[in-house]
Design a protein around this ligand. Sequence first.
Ligand SMILES: [Zn+2]
Length: 221
Amino acid sequence: MKAASDLLVIADLCMCEYTDHGHCGVLDGCGNVVNDATIELYGRIAVSQAKAGADMIAPSGMMDGQIAYIRFALDEAGFQDVPIMAYSAKFYSAYYGPFRDVACSAPGKGDRAGYQMPCGNRREAMREIDMDVAEGCDIIMVKPAGPYLDIIREAADSYNLPIAAYQVSGEYAMMKAAAANGWIDEDRVMMESLLAIKRAGADIIITYYAKEAARKLRERR
Ligand SMILES: [Zn+2]
């Protein structure tokens, strides 16, 4: 915050990078995630992030009722003006692989299929978004981006809220690897991948290419 006071700081809110089991919440004796105990902790984390200076909170854990609870916790603590960007449509995707390896956040046992969405289910994605909107989120996120352009388009057509799309590590890594092998023109493919996400209806794109793309866009002006 202090180092970049002119930048907006968005804090990812989850527990998987801090738990020894790598799951996004509290586990019971059988290794299942306990939803309500988890969102109570999410509320406390959100408040501490806001106190530390986060301009926006982005809960990524996919627990039921998390948006409503975090909104309540933030409001109670006097952070009514801190918006929530909801990872509403976060699919159970193989494209997260490179990030997980770097962050060492792969679950030790089990997987996240219980709380992330099956990638073939468009209607469930729309239902999840419906719930987050009803619970008071300010921005809807779809993740990953490139393989889910239809979801981005449908969300953009269905809601009067900004849509964020997350171009994840696997999407980035594939382009990087292909470019390193001389198979694609990296600049053009990067810009085309981002333009496609924008065309699908995204207002905000989160991407590992942010700096390179910003530089390219500046050159064009
Ligand atoms: Zn997580």
